[in-house]
Design a protein around this ligand. Structure first.
Ligand code: ZN
Length: 66
């Protein structure tokens, strides 16, 4: 199974809520990660860093303003 990653656009908050497409878990992650983030439930790769913003294999379920 190949994970497809897409870049999040217009993310202006420090944290985003990503829904894992594998198990449906919603996980809050830092939007400027420097290493790969895996799902706490099923262990699949949720997001990986790029130059400016993250790429995710899940879907954006919301943003978190702190
Ligand atoms: Zn998962």
């Amino acid at each position: 199974m190949a994970d497809e990653f897409h870049k999040l656009k217009n993310v202006d908050s420090s944290f985003v809520k990503i829904k894992c497409k594998n198990c449906g878990n919603e996980q809050i992650i830092y939007s400027k990660i420097s290493s790969t983030v895996v799902c706490n439930i099923c262990g699949s790769t949720l997001a990986k860093p790029t130059g400016s913003t993250l790429e995710t294999s899940g879907e954006l379920a919301g943003t978190v303003k702190l």
